[in-house]
Write a protein that binds this ligand. Structure first.
Ligand code: BGC
Length: 723
């Protein structure tokens, strides 16, 4: 097999690629995300050690996740000339990410010396980053290495860390506290080298450094290993150990030992999640990259964390959890690693109090989940999510207030965890309560018309964010109907199997009347689909100006102009941001015939800007439902290579929204497995309905089948096998 399917390399240096490369070459282990930057770079190049689950607000700026001080910073000077990419002339330079092993590599020939480094965020020790630098001199020279823990770091809305306390010694330690809630963030560093050198320590304004210097010999290879532990005192971290102990342990193991156990852990992840696409190496590599990113951000160290919309690639989107997790990421984990899928949903159980509070604030009952959820379910979404590029005034957007489908999406995943795995523990450990409280929210959010008795959901935003404050978004109504239906099913199930537990829950939530409402409202709110007609995205959508995407684009006056909100170029037309009706068809396949899907797909696809990375995968998935793998293919490539090409939208108005795209990464898996192979589960059994693109000769993957047993599925143009 071609080795390139596991690696992505870029050669040369282009300063315009620095930010994108930070995303492309990201490494992570679910707790730490380290951007793909050079060892010697700092905040100007957006070097960042992004942490999961810890947030801070500075003044009235947006609340965002905390970046830790960088403990694997390292700059080498040869005869006082820094070996720094972008600063010093280089002869050759390559940067590589190895998807199979989760290792970042760089090799730079600076003329005076060559420098190679390997870096990893340990998949075994989640608090640990390790890096190994190897350099060779061209001629005898004085070498000075500056390494240590940099506290002057990149933040979008920072600074977030204060009261730095420095400790020197064999292990360097910087202890800080977040500004808002005084959470500890402790970073330690150990440096291991086997050449005789002088080492002095410096406490500076920008961090705590070691200066290691010696007279180097031409042609000799020198190696320095750095171990950095980041500790933030959260659940799931190695709490019994200090950051200092953690690096001492790693130091004992040595870089090779740390690397070996890390590679073994990655190998185990790939055993259960690899998807082989034979016939197109580029597509295979893009899919490997996508699955790699999913593993890099999956919180394996904790049982109550979820995955932010930009993963661990930075503070964009405020490090918040969106519907992306439940609708896009959840199926990948549910089919390959149910324990992890369960943990993601546990985050929603733990944050239920936040959702109850939000519903109350808006005058509703039940659970209205945050559109952008931070720790404890706190709403991270502001009232103004874009700026008017011309007036520079903030634009009022209604995602936070009106994108109520998020609650339904969470209940949808909660139910599907049970339906897919048959494991009712999540329902019993709070999942049923989430489902009930979401139903209660929808009940309180509906209006009933006096004239015809119709039950409606008014003034909402569906997945297509360019049309705000619409009535009866069909996606939202269908999701609400599904929630009411599954509330009844969940109640029946618990009542039959665990009667006393059921009674206690019903009493505690005082839910009897709401359950009756569910039965009463369900037939009234459930959208009725005429299989012969195109489904109208919301009331009045068909009356909007029906013009082409090109026409709308031609009206743009500034390339960073926001298309939605009140006056955006798309808002009064039928041009939509992302899959909406088609997304609903993807999520409720049993409701629509292939012909109905085709008809709607053909209507909506040309009217979709695909302005969200969540869009193309829904179109690819549904194209497979009506047998058009050729239509799915381009959307697949676009989705799977999103973080390799780095060409997706980075601005919403003047707001930077760049980073990696977990929902699209998972979308690539969805297309390959649920689209090309047509995987579904019926009554616990896996079923296939393949639609293999001509570019692919063989598709193969492992999934959890009956009774939790893993099976290997192979699809070719001749047929399929499940073993
Ligand atoms: C999309 C949302 C998505 C969010 C985070 C937005 O651009 O419209 O659907 O949840 O990005 O990925």
């Amino acid at each position: 097999m071609n080795a390139d399917i596991w690696k992505y390399t870029r050669s040369g240096f282009d300063k315009n690629e620095v930010i994108t490369n930070g995303n492309r070459f990201l490494i992570g282990n679910g707790f730490i995300g380290y951007r793909g930057t050079m060892d010697e770079w700092g905040k100007d190049e957006l070097s960042a050690v992004n942490l999961a689950g810890i947030y801070d607000q500075n003044g009235d700026k947006w609340r965002e996740p905390v970046n830790a001080p960088n403990g694997v910073f390292c700059k080498i000077l040869i005869d006082r000339i820094p070996m720094a990419l972008g600063e010093t002339e280089t002869k050759e330079h390559t940067q590589t990410i190895d998807f199979r092993r989760g290792v970042h590599e760089r090799e730079t020939d600076f003329g005076k010396a060559t420098l190679k480094s390997e870096r990893l965020c340990s998949m075994v020790r989640h608090n640990l980053i390790a890096s190994r630098l190897t350099f060779k001199l061209c001629e005898d020279s004085r070498v000075e290495i500056i390494t240590g823990i940099v506290t002057d770091i990149w933040d979008i809305n920072g600074p977030h860390l204060f009261d730095h306390a420095f400790k020197t010694g064999r292990v360097l330690v910087v202890s800080s506290k977040t500004g808002e809630l005084s959470f500890p963030v402790v970073v330690s560093q150990a440096a291991v080298y086997d050449f005789p050198a002088d080492e002095v320590h410096e406490m500076a304004k920008t961090g705590l450094y070691r200066h290691i210097s010696f007279d180097g010999k031409a042609g000799q290879e020198y190696t320095l290993a750095l171990f950095c532990a980041v500790y933030s005192g959260q659940k799931g971290e190695q709490l019994n150990k200090s950051a200092e102990d953690l690096v001492i342990e790693a130091e004992k193991l040595g870089f090779c030992g740390v690397l070996a156990e890390h590679e073994a852990a990655w190998d185990a992840l790939w055993q259960n999640s690899e998807v082989t696409l034979e016939g197109d190496d580029k597509a295979q590599r893009a899919l490997n990259a996508s699955i790699y990113h999913l593993h890099s951000i999956a919180p394996r160290h904790a049982d109550n964390l979820s995955i932010p919309a930009r993963g661990l690639s930075g503070q964009t989107y405020k490090g918040a959890i969106f519907w992306d997790t439940e609708i896009f990421l959840f199926p990948f984990f549910a089919h390959t690693d149910p324990a992890l899928a369960k943990n993601l949903l546990r985050y929603r159980i733990e944050t239920l109090p936040g959702a109850l509070k939000k519903a109350k604030e808006y005058g509703f009952r039940g659970a209205f989940y945050a559109w952008e959820s931070q720790e404890g379910g706190a709403e991270g979404c502001s009232y103004f999510n874009a700026n008017d590029i011309f007036t520079r005034r903030p634009l009022r957007t209604y995602f936070r207030d009106k994108q109520i489908h998020v609650s339904g999406d969470i209940a949808y995943a909660m139910w599907h965890y049970f339906a897919l795995s048959g494991d009712d523990s999540l329902l019993r450990e709070g999942g049923a309560e989430v489902i009930f409280q979401v139903a209660r929210f929808f009940i309180s959010r509906t209006h009933q018309r006096v004239d015809n008795g119709k039950v409606e959901l008014l003034d909402v935003v569906g997945p297509d964010e360019y049309h705000e404050r619409v009535n009866n978004s069909v996606f939202t109504n269908q999701m609400a109907a599904f929630c009411l239906e599954n509330t009844i099913k969940t109640a029946d199930y618990l009542k039959g199997k665990y009667p006393s537990e059921y009674r206690a829950l019903m009493d505690r939530l005082d839910f009897k009347e709401d359950l009756a409402f569910c039965r009463e409202l369900l037939p009234k709110i459930k959208p009725q689909f005429d299989p012969e007609k195109i489904i109208e995205q919301f009331d009045g959508y068909f009356d909007l100006e029906d013009c082409s995407l090109r026409t709308v684009s031609s009206r743009i006056l500034h390339k960073q102009e926001y298309w939605g909100s009140n006056n955006g170029v798309a808002a009064h037309t039928q041009i939509i941001k992302q899959a909406d009706v088609v997304a609903m068809m993807a999520l409720f396949p049993e409701l629509f015939s292939p012909e109905a899907v085709r008809r709607n797909w053909e209507y909506y696809e040309p009217r979709t800007e695909h302005g969200s990375s969540l869009s193309a995968c829904m179109y690819a998935l549904t194209a497979c439902r009506f047998g058009r793998a050729d239509l799915a293919w381009d959307h697949f490539l676009k989705t799977a290579s999103i973080d390799l090409t780095g060409t997706s939208k980075s601005w919403a108005g003047e707001i930077y929204i760049g980073g990696t795209h977990p929902a699209a990464n998972a979308g690539a898996w969805l297309i390959a497995v649920m689209g090309f192979a047509g995987l579904s589960k019926q009554n616990g059994r896996i079923m296939l309905s393949p639609c293999l693109p001509e570019q692919i000769t063989r598709l193969s993957f492992r999934v959890i089948a009956e009774n939790g047993i893993r099976k290997t599925v192979t699809v070719t143009h001749e047929g399929y096998e499940i073993q």
